[in-house]
Design a protein around this ligand. Structure first.
Ligand code: COA
Length: 253
């Protein structure tokens, strides 16, 4: 069964992430499914906007930490060649080039926070928790950083990255990550999408070009820094600690 399902209705596509055993972590399979669907939707002229949501009660727990364990064994070249999937999935808004609305519940952590930051409009359930806990396992949210900075500003992005702090929906609203807090985020997202569908597709396209200018170079550079981080002993220590539910003993290398 696919880890991503799509429904299209009234010029709006709803993309459901569906990887519940891993709390919707972006493993290679789900990332590929998500990217394939986003690429197809980007070419579908009948789709004016896309809602990204989850088919279960968690939006997304970020990158697959178990796959990180395998990533530690790869060479820099192997990472570079593989990066298109695990990097591109964190910049779907640029690939889609259409308005992207996130309808979020449960948790949006790490790459999940990145997907939320990709979205132009974010509707959250009141109980959702948001954060970038990557630093706790010895890595940083490299690829998503430009999107996060754009969404909440550099200083908010820095404090959340440095502390790995998890915030609630009200705090996410206060810093500008979330635009609406609703008991039924998907219904609100559909309502917003139907309003977008009444606008000129030409103007929507030009707006996307305005918003997406200038980000690609920064994102590529950060993708390279991420590969450097994969060769660090501390990432190995952090991943093993997460999987064994222990506190990491950092070595600083
Ligand atoms: N990657 C891989 N597997 C993950 C995962 C991730 N990002 N997040 C959760 N899982 C897995 C857990 O390893 C666990 O697997 P198991 O059943 O084989 O032990 C399963 O999903 C359930 O996780 P658990 O922690 O028991 O669920 P929870 O509901 O108590 O907590 C989270 C949910 C999302 C808060 C918690 O899993 C978490 O903090 N995940 C890590 C988030 C993170 O650090 N993301 C950034 C990655 S760089």
């Amino acid at each position: 069964m696919s880890k991503v399902n799509v429904e299209i209705e009234n010029n709006v596509a709803i993309v459901y992430m569906n990887n519940p055993e891993k709390r919707n972590a972006l493993d290679e399979e789900m990332s590929k499914d998500l990217l394939d669907n986003i690429k197809a939707l980007s070419k579908d002229d009948s789709v004016y906007s896309v809602i990204l949501t989850s088919s279960n009660d968690i939006f997304c727990a970020g990158a697959d930490i178990k796959e990180f364990a395998e990533g530690i064994e790869l060479t820099a070249l192997e990472h570079y060649l593989k990066k298109s999937i695990d990097v591109d999935v964190l910049r779907i808004v640029d690939i889609l080039n259409k308005p992207l609305i996130a309808a979020v519940s449960g948790y949006a952590l790490g790459g999940g926070f990145g997907l939320v930051s990709n979205a132009h409009i974010v509707v959250s359930h009141p109980n959702t928790r948001f954060g970038m806990p990557e630093i706790n396992i010895g890595i940083l949210p490299y690829v998503i950083f430009p999107y996060v900075k754009k969404a909440i500003g550099e200083r908010n992005a820095t404090v959340l990255t440095l502390t790995g702090k998890v915030i609630d929906a009200q705090e996410a609203y206060r810093i500008g990550l979330v635009h609406y807090i609703e008991d039924n985020p998907l219904e609100k997202a559909k309502d917003i999408a139907s309003k977008i569908a009444s606008k000129s597709p030409m103007v929507l396209k030009l707006l996307m070009d305005c918003l997406n200018a200038d980000r690609a170079h920064e994102s590529d550079y950060l993708a390279l820094l991420r590969i450097v981080n994969f060769s660090a002993k501390d990432l190995k220590i952090g991943v093993e600690s997460f999987l064994n539910k222990k506190k990491p003993q950092w070595q600083g290398k």
